[in-house]
Design a protein around this ligand. Structure first.
Ligand SMILES: *[C@@H]1O[C@H](CO)[C@@H](O)[C@H](O)[C@H]1NC(C)=O
Ligand SMILES: *[C@@H]1O[C@H](CO)[C@@H](O)[C@H](O)[C@H]1NC(C)=O
Length: 228
């Protein structure tokens, strides 16, 4: 039970009637090691010594962005990770302050975004580099994007991926997503449990969003992945 709890999932799947489901999603491939040097593996230290995991991304030497639902008592930020079993050159940094979006709604997963201020500065290297955020004026809806993380890769797996993986996603335009300030993609392929908080990166290499949720429409139809 303890072991199982340690690996609890961090992405919620909400059905439209409000029922919360957990679900895994297929797809994606391992990335070339350290080709996404902005990626952060976030350890969430919970009650009773349990640890959960989320993704995140480095914005500058002392800020990491993640999802607001990746909430913990305290955090450790791991920088420069590819395979979670190789801790060689990994930087471990604690978090000084957390800034969840002031209008974060944990029931509806609205405004699911949070900034973490690091306790000490990240040391940039070829494996540790920040990513630029897309600005308001970076144009219309990007189409071809990707999401990366150490989340589950198979619905039969209990555990997270040991290596950083990535999945291509195509953004779809929908009124509901626009209204909720989300980018969305549809289909079985997409970020999965444990990928929450990772970046949505589009053609220009900038971060457009944060992996947040998966919605299973009550009416049927494809899964909808939401990026804050
Ligand atoms: C989230 O939104 C719902 C519906 O608007 C509201 O009833 C609820 O109080 C909100 N929760 C929080 C924590 O703001
Ligand atoms: C993912 O997208 C990139 C960039 O558009 C493309 O080069 C790559 O072949 C795609 N990978 C898969 C598995 O579809």
């Amino acid at each position: 039970m303890l072991i199982h709890c340690k690996l609890v999932i961090l992405i919620l799947v909400l059905s439209v009637d409000g029922q919360v489901l957990l679900r895994e999603i297929f797809g994606g491939h391992e990335v070339v090691p350290h080709s996404r040097p902005y990626m952060v593996l976030l350890e969430l230290h919970m009650l009773h010594g349990l640890t959960n995991y989320c993704g995140g991304f480095l914005l500058n030497e002392d800020s990491v962005m993640t999802a607001a639902h990746c909430k913990a008592r305290f955090y450790t930020v791991l920088l420069g990770v590819h395979n979670v079993h190789n801790s060689g050159e990994v930087q471990r940094v604690s978090v000084d302050q957390t800034f969840p979006h002031k209008d974060f709604n944990s029931t509806l997963l609205k405004n699911d975004i949070m900034l973490l201020k690091l306790n000490s500065k990240a040391k940039f290297s070829k494996n540790v580099r920040p990513i630029a955020l897309a600005g308001q004026d970076d144009g219309s809806l990007p189409k071809s994007c990707r999401a990366s993380g150490w989340g589950k890769t198979d619905r039969n797996h209990k555990y997270m991926s040991h290596v950083l993986r990535e999945v291509n996603v195509t953004l779809t335009d929908s009124e509901k997503c626009r209204k909720d300030n989300l980018y969305c993609s549809e289909g079985e392929t997409g970020p999965a449990e444990g990928d929450s908080g990772g970046p949505l990166v589009c053609e220009d290499g900038k971060a457009y969003g944060v992996v947040s949720s998966v919605l299973k429409p009550k009416s049927g139809g494809p899964l909808i992945h939401g990026f804050t």
